[in-house]
Structures are given as C-alpha cells and as structure tokens.
Design a protein around this ligand. Sequence first.
Ligand code: PGA
Length: 257
Amino acid sequence: MARRPMMAANWKMNKLIEEARDYVEQLLPRIEGARGVDVAIFAPFTCLPEVVRRTQDAPVVAGAQNFYHEDSGAFTGEVSAPMLRDAGAVTVIVGHSERREIFGETDETVAHKAARAVSAGLLPVVCVGETKEERDAGSMWDKVSGQVRAVFEQLDAGQIGGEALVFAYEPIWAIGTGETATPEDAQDAIGRIRALLGELGGEGFAGEVRILYGGSIKPGNVDDIMAQEDVDGGLVGGASLEAESFAELVNAAAKHG
Ligand code: PGA
C-alpha cells in the first residue's frame, strides 16, 4: 500500500511570531515543486495562529506540540483539542520524549491524548522510543512495544482507519545529539512497530499507518532514511529551525512519494 510521505518540523520551544512569519515566507517558495508529500509545522502555541494564517493557501499544515485530553475546565495552563481546532491546527504531536521525560507524561496519559486527538479530528503524531540505557540493555522493544500497545488500547481501531494517526519512532539518544540511528536500525524498529500494529489492528490498518523516524535527521542523511521500506517520513527538530534546511528535507521526502 502506498503511503504518502510526511515531513514535519518540530520547532519545540523556539521562535517568536515574527520569526515564524519570516520562516514560512522563506519556506513556501523553496518547496513549490514538492508534490506528493505532506508538510507539517508543529509550532509553539503562541506562533500557531500566525503559521495557520501564513500557510492558508499552501500545501502545509499547522500543528501544535501538545494538548490536554479534557475539553475544558479547571486545568490551569493547559490547552484542549477543541481549542487547537479553533486556532486552525489540524495535527498535534503527542507523547514526545521531552514531554515524557521532562514533564512526566506516562504511557496512559499519552494514550488518552492520542485517542482524544483522533476523536476531535486532529491527526496525532504519537512519539515512541527508547533511551540509550534501554537500547544497551536490550530492552528497546519492550519499551517501544509497550508504548504502542498502550496507545492502541485506547483507540477504537475498528472504527478508524490507519490514516487517522501517525507514529514517530524517535530513539531518545538520537534526539538533538547529532547521533542518528542507522537507516537499518530505523527500518528495524519501524518495521517491528508496523508488524505489531498488524497483530493488533489487522494488516489493512497497519498498512495505512504512517510511521516517521525522528532523531538528528538532516539533509545529509535524509535520503538513506527515507529509502527504507517502512519509513514514511521524518519528525525533525534542529534541522527544521532554518527554512532552508527544512525545505531540503521536504524536497528529499517528495522524491520518495
Ligand atoms: P532533532 O529532534 O531532529 O533535533 O534530533 C527531533 C525531535 O525531537 O522531534
């Protein structure tokens, strides 16, 4: 089954509104030829409306980096799925390792968020991945499969298609470190995630779910990563902060569409 590639910029806690505007202005002309790839910008909440406005007529979607799974109420400091929709977001990162490691998000909260995003009509990009210690101890798959299973348990897979969510395999030791998983390691983990989704939700479902790789993707390694059979795209931090290098990644992904 042909899955449409996706290249996603995760700006993390970077950029003021004016910088976001300049970035989109620089990005759009550089990716004009990139058809057949979904492009997403995951912006901080404060820049989100600006990114939405600036990408309105472009083949680029705006997303948020987090939300809370209740719709409203006494949750000081949180933002809900309907609020993201209201601001024009169509997608949201869920369970990024920085949310899990720094802000204490558990498999259970991540799973609730993924399910709520789907039911609210937002495309969740659900992040999973192991630490260096877990990889060295041989428990990478225990960790990653547990994260995937937890999310799956909250989803009504019978009611949704595999295109309703995206996974991102992001080994924590490769995030922001310059150390990338080899293309073979990325394929191995992502192939196993797809096989597990097949067991849980059936082959048709698993064949539709897009699974991205994330962790120090840059113009120099994107082609080898995108060439892997089960890798459907990238979630990019550092190399997405400059429009020029992110455009290179988008154009590279388009070749694999
Ligand atoms: P990186 O971040 O590309 O800077 O490694 C990826 C991510 O955290 O999504």
